[in-house]
Design a protein. Sequence first.
Length: 497
Amino acid sequence: MEDFNQLIQIRKEKLDKIREMGINPYPYEFDQSHKSRDIKDHFEDLEEKEVSIAGRMMSVRLMGKAAFCHIQDEQGRIQAYIRKNEIGDQGFELFKILDIGDHIGIHGQVFKTRTGEITVFAKEIRLLSKSIRPLPIVKEKEEDGQKIVYDQFADKEMRYRQRYVDLVVNPEVKEVFIKRSQIISTMRDFLNQQGFLEVETPIMQPIYGGAAARPFVTHHNALDRDFYLRIANELYLKRLIVGGFDRVYEFAKDFRNEGMDRFHNPEFTMMELYVAYKDYKWMMEFVERIFNHVAQRVLGTSKITVGTYEIDLAPPWKRLTMFDAIQEFTGQDLTDMDEKALRKVAGKLHVELEPEMGRGKIIDEIFGELVEPKLIQPTFIIDYPLEMSPLAKKHRENPRVVERFEPIIAGKEVANAFSELNDPLDQRARFEEQMKLKARGDLEAQEMDEDFLRALEIGMPPTAGLGIGIDRMVMLLTNQPSIRDVILFPQMRPENK
């Protein structure tokens, strides 16, 4: 730590020297005409032309009265050639005291070195921002024809905490977030073309609902009452269906006060949509189309790699009822079992349960532990137990299950969809059952929402609803192992000081 603090002190002394030279180390602007990739891609047009580039200096090689350095900008890196008799005495004196990590601007001429590297021959250099804190620079060397990377900024926790450093020294990380943006914009374009209206619903809600989760609580001072950060936007979007919008969607930040692991972050992104006059059968085909369309547009193929698996997102996807899937992978038929019998089976299968869990939660635990991880190729798990889905419509042929599905890909669900319950009396009865579970200690049970019930009493047409976990979809399409790899600033435990 002492050596690191000494490096910072040396840089501060350089900062003082730069100011003594009459140079502002933090100027207000720089006219950047080209970026690195643009120059490389259009070298034939730009050769011997004047350009202005800007970025971080990421390497430097001094050779007496000349030097080479690499500038890293948003697009990548490009080499610059510095010569004292071109930039002048003060310019070269400034360059010699610059550090890796400093932002600089260079005005110069494009050429190619004898080794074939496209380079900018500097005519003028400007310091744009002095870096006080050294970067953990990644180094490379060749040994026996192999490229070896060392001093790498690879500590996962540090990378998540200091994403700004991660993006600088691990430029490939940027590609994940560029693809994330492309995935969202492609999905938005697709939905707009299908006649959906993008809307916004409240983040602070007086009653939380739409999912089984614990909420974050906040206090509204002017109203002197508690509100909840939304765990889902479902109930508000369905109010809009009641109001006469036939196709609505929202990209929503949701918040769930639960554990953190590689698939869960307390703050996450969902895309939810609702379609009047459709059911979950229609929605299954729609989900296949969305995933295939986004993969084709962003990746150029429906075939993706997830870990060691090769997965094809092209339709059609396999369909299995939840009970059939459990029986296939465990040999147990849970269809008609009550809670007592389910607890015996769970014990036999070594699935741990909490005392407050009801029938639906027990089935979900068995499925989640013993079935879901084994579903690799895209599979719709359909027809969930009634107790698991208080907002879904009863199956038209079997009232013990509901018309619900979750697509499972690479061992994890990536979406959730229903034929939406629109019978207000049935919905009230389901909420009442949820309140009984809450009384037993189930902190994730749904709340009674009288205003939503009132909306259903006004009348909601047959409706299909869908929620896609955007973070998990990005993990899938970019082959990232953790949700923290696809969220720029994931929630972290307090840093040890």
